[in-house]
Design a protein around this ligand. Structure first.
Ligand code: CA
Length: 201
């Protein structure tokens, strides 16, 4: 369906769906996307998710399309966990858009908070070595054949231990948001620290 002008887009946007998104202006005011970008994202979202909401299976399917060389299932599950409001297992367009805005356009603080929530799988405020091992393994699975040499359980363990040596400054075996923020912002403007947490987006 080709949309010629903004009026058509507006008409399309207010199309009859089971779930009706908030007004475009309001979405633009609460996210870091322009009206045009939101319309573009919404078209893609609507095409893939005609009901207007996404559950975990659908999210895994969508996410996997971006990573054809590996298995993105596990990683997609963790990302979905950060997108979902607490206690729910489904996301609507507004939630999808605001999470996307945070990850793609957020401040350094926003990004650190998002990365923390990705690794803190059970959302108790602490990242354990077990949690970090789960997420790092998922990232390796997702990258699949794209990385050489092929990484094994030993390299995951070494990576996790190296990250803990650097970030777990009080040595209590867990990483807090405070420790992660202090480490990632220790040199102003140095976002290389974020690379070490090698999230994939
Ligand atoms: Ca935790």
């Amino acid at each position: 369906m080709a949309l010629a002008n903004e009026e058509d887009m507006e008409a399309f946007f207010s199309d009859v769906v089971r779930y009706r998104p908030q007004e475009l202006n309001q979405l633009a005011s609460v996210t870091k996307f322009s009206r045009r970008e939101i319309q573009h994202i919404y078209r893609g979202f609507k095409q893939e998710c005609p009901l207007g909401t996404v559950d975990e299976d659908r999210f895994k399917h969508l996410f996997s399309q971006f990573f054809p060389f590996g298995d993105a299932t596990k990683y997609a599950q963790f990302v979905f966990g950060t997108f979902c409001p607490p206690g729910t297992n489904i996301i609507n367009f507004e939630e999808f858009l605001s999470s996307l805005s945070l990850v793609a356009r957020g401040s350094l603080h926003d990004k650190i908070a998002w990365i923390f929530s990705l690794y803190d799988i059970n959302h108790d405020g602490f990242i354990t070595k077990h949690e970090m091992t789960e997420v790092v393994s998922a990232i390796y699975e997702l990258l699949g054949h794209a990385i050489e040499p092929v990484l094994d359980a030993g390299s995951v363990e070494r990576h996790v231990n190296a990250v803990f040596d650097l970030i777990d400054t009080n040595g209590d075996g867990v990483i807090t948001l405070d420790e992660m923020e202090r480490w990632c912002t220790r040199d102003e403007g140095n976002t290389k620290s974020l690379d070490m947490l090698n999230t994939v987006w």
